[in-house]
Design a protein around this ligand. Structure first.
Ligand SMILES: Cc1cc2nc3c(=O)[nH]c(=O)nc-3n(C[C@H](O)[C@H](O)[C@H](O)COP(=O)(O)OP(=O)(O)OC[C@H]3O[C@@H](n4cnc5c(N)ncnc54)[C@H](O)[C@@H]3O)c2cc1C
Length: 368
């Protein structure tokens, strides 16, 4: 039986663990902290393939969206995934690029259609249409959002209960065990050793920290993202909303999650964040313009997430040159893509089937 170690229990590691165990591997997940403790627990988690050119990268995301849907058929229910589509409009300076995006998405066969203010009102009656004004608005019916930690739990539970995978928590990997040019397992911070035929590094932004050998390190370009959470509010928002003033989505039990790209640009990877910082008050004022019904509200929580982005901005999944038995899987948009990446890893590692969808996203491109 092929023994596989998966480093990290975020969305990527949990997806890999489930599919590898299902394909017959004896899987051991080693998680330094707890499942979902990394970026997956602090994510906007919008499942989409929106503004993700070029086509192969867009397609990777579409495959992720489709695989989320396959899980619904496979497991009977996917309580972590919330459909309903997304609505978008932008500020006037971006209308040309907005229209170009819709045209490109339609050209690629992705569902995206313009909607009138009356249709926006029908979909989301609590939106103040004066903020929309005469902006072009679009609806993306196949999009949604995910509760990543609930997803992770479901994948790990399926791997463990159905396919005898194991997980060790508090297990920080510090190095690969090398047998010549072959990875034969890992060493943990406490000095213990775990042998395996294959090691799959799914440690997200910490991918390089788990292996001491600098020659195996990927260039990384992480970016910070601020998420603001309201308390439960009496507002009927039921889908992802990207507007000219704020991005907002439901986050369960009446809470809203707010995000705004320009705010991220004011922060660094180690910025301290708090509910009373000016950026948070600004996001709350912005969301009140779009959804005035929420009234005066303070932030219940604020979190800074760090996006695990490989150096050129694109996904890196596959073997690493010069060492056999060692794979990495690191990506932004991991909430969208991870169900598909798990399938691909299982096909490649357990069935020996190379997935053409990953051809442009091999870690080897960084090791010339
Ligand atoms: C603000 C923000 C918004 C985002 N919005 C979206 C979005 O809308 N849609 C989308 O699809 N994606 C989005 N993303 C990206 C997405 O969240 C990530 O791509 C995804 O969560 C990465 O998952 P992961 O499993 O690779 O990493 P992580 O979730 O970070 O998991 C890595 C795990 O490895 C563990 N670990 C680390 N080091 C070690 C070690 N040495 N040994 C053992 N375990 C270790 C960690 O504890 C962690 O649990 C967003 C990210 C951020 C920050």
């Amino acid at each position: 039986m092929t023994k596989v170690i998966v480093i990290g229990a975020g969305v990527v590691g949990a997806s890999a663990a489930y599919r590898l165990a299902q394909a017959g591997a004896q899987v051991l997940v080693l998680e330094a902290n707890r499942p979902g403790a990394g970026t997956s627990g602090i994510s906007y988690a919008w499942t989409n393939a929106h503004r993700k050119p070029p086509l192969p990268y867009h397609a990777l995301n579409v495959n992720g969206m489709k695989t989320h849907a396959i899980l619904r058929d496979e497991l009977g229910a996917t309580p972590w995934w919330h459909g309903g589509g997304s609505l978008e409009w932008t500020e006037p300076e971006r209308w040309d690029s907005f229209r170009a995006n819709i045209e490109q998405l339609n050209g690629w066969g992705y569902a995206a259609s313009y909607v009138t203010p009356a249709q926006v009102h029908e979909l989301e009656p609590d939106i103040d249409l004066s903020v929309l004004g005469d902006a072009p608005a679009a609806f993306f019916p196949d999009e949604g959002w995910c509760d990543p930690v609930v997803y992770i739990q479901a994948m790990l539970s399926a791997a463990i209960r159905r396919h005898n995978a194991r997980i060790l928590l508090g297990a920080r990997v510090v190095d690969l065990l090398m047998h010549g040019d072959r990875a034969g397992g890992v060493r943990l911070a406490d000095g213990s050793v775990h042998e395996a035929d294959v090691v799959v590094n799914c440690a997200g932004r910490w991918t390089n920290d788990a292996v001491r050998e600098a020659g195996l390190h990927l260039p990384m370009a992480p970016t910070p993202g601020l998420l603001v959470f309201t308390p439960p509010v009496a507002c009927g928002l039921s889908r992802v909303l990207h507007t000219s003033v704020v991005n907002v989505r439901p986050d369960g039990a009446g809470r809203l999650m707010l995000h705004w790209d320009p705010t991220d640009a004011t922060l660094s990877l180690d910025s301290a964040v708090s509910t009373d910082m000016p950026q948070v008050r600004d996001l709350l004022a912005r969301v009140k313009r779009v959804l005035p019904g929420i009234g005066e509200v303070s932030a219940e929580a604020v979190r800074l997430g760090i996006r695990p982005i490989p150096g050129d901005g694109f996904t890196a999944v596959g073997p690493v040159p010069r060492v056999s038995g060692y794979y990495v899987a690191v990506t932004h948009s991991g909430v969208t893509m991870s169900p598909f990446l798990g399938l691909c890893l299982a096909d490649e590692i357990m069935r020996g089937t190379e997935r053409p969808e990953l051809a442009d996203f091999r870690p080897a491109r960084f090791f010339n």
